[in-house]
Each structure stands twice: as C-alpha cells, then as structure tokens.
Design a protein around this ligand. Structure first.
Ligand code: S3P
Length: 193
C-alpha cells in the first residue's frame, strides 16, 4: 500500500512524509520534485511557460502513473486536489491523509515565501490563502484520514499518522490497495529521479 499526504502549501507534507517513510520503512517521494526532475526545470518556470493549467496537467498525468508503485509515502503539491478526478486518483493511489494546518500558521510560514508562484504573484497573501483554502478544504476533506497539526511538532504529527494508519488498516473497512506493508516486503525500485 501507499500513503498519500495532501494539504495546503506549507502544511508540513514533505517533512512529515519523510519521517513517516523512515519509521515505516517505506520509500518517500514528493510530486513537486518528481515533476521538476521530469521537466528539467523549476515549478516557477513551469508556471511561467505553461501556466497553472500546464502544471496541473503534469500533476494529473503523474498521478495516473504513480499507482503502479507500492510501499511509498507520497507528499503532494497543495493544489493537486483541484483538477476534476484527482481526488479519486489520489484515493486509488493509496490511503489519503489530510494534514490540516491552522490558517494562521500557514500564513506565517508563507509570509516571505518566494518559491511558490501562487504566493509570489499575490498582492494580498492573506486573501489568496483564505480563498484557496476555502476552495480546497472540501476536496482535502475527502481524505481517508484527517489530522490536525496545530501545536504539534513534525515528530508528533508523524507518530499520529502512523497510529491512525494502523488503526485504519485494522478497522473493518478494507484498505484501498492490497499487499503487505513495505516493512514486511521491500518496496520496488522507485521512479528515476
Ligand atoms: C501549489 C503548491 C506547491 C506547488 C505549486 C502549487 C498549490 O506545493 O505544487 O507551487 O497550488 O498549492 P506545496 O504544497 O508543496 O507547497
């Protein structure tokens, strides 16, 4: 099985994903880095040359391919849930975990960010964050598991992810994909990056 971390920009998906992967013996990958490696350029460049729509197409195409992998923790870009069909694609890829960060924490972390095009071109970052959050929350909340991160360290959140995943898997509801966890069976080779 795979674990898929979703959530807004700067909600800790990569740092928590890495910790969870290390503790479970899963592999870790990040869809943003995957797309940058594949395109041979940066996300701001992709936004500049292909627009946000071009970047979203790359994310959606990537999701179609990732489901061949097993034993991974995927951190995803904050807007990956927005194209129609992607929430379903994410849910097919693995157990989807929404890291629900506090909007004020998000704003503080993004205040001086220059790396993310949707922040860099915003006249009013608070307005941009609040609008995108309102649009995306109903999509993030279609995750299998929702974890509030406010006031918790990355290690605490990682521990909670692991506990909630094992409780979810132990519950009567069937897991989204079958197979042994990577800790019991070594995961396959990852995508070239
Ligand atoms: C985006 C989030 C970014 C990256 C791109 C667009 C978004 O990823 O995919 O800048 O639309 O929220 P992070 O969530 O890792 O910052």
């Amino acid at each position: 099985m795979n674990l898929v971390l979703v959530g807004f920009m700067a909600s800790g998906k990569s740092s928590i994903g890495r910790r969870v992967a290390r503790r479970l013996g899963f592999r870790f990958t990040d869809t943003d880095h995957f797309i940058e490696d594949e395109a041979g350029t940066t996300i701001p460049e992709i936004f500049e040359h292909e627009g946000e729509a071009g970047f979203r197409r790359r994310e959606s195409r990537l999701l179609e391919r990732l489901h061949r992998l097993d034993g991974y923790v995927f951190a995803t870009g904050g807007g990956i849930v927005t194209p129609p069909g992607n929430v379903e694609r994410l849910r097919r890829l693995g157990l989807v975990i929404f890291l629900k960060a506090d909007p004020e924490d998000i704003l503080r972390r993004l205040e001086h960010d220059t790396r993310r095009p949707l922040m860099a071109d915003a006249d009013d970052r608070r307005e941009r964050v609040m609008r995108l959050l309102a649009e995306r929350l109903p999509l993030y909340e279609q995750a299998h598991i929702v974890i509030e991160t406010r006031g918790k360290t990355p290690n605490q959140v990682a521990g909670e992810v692991i506990r909630r995943v094992s409780a979810w898997r132990g519950a009567s509801e069937p897991a989204p994909s079958s197979g042994e966890p990577a800790a019991a069976a070594p995961p396959p080779e990852g995508p070239a990056s």
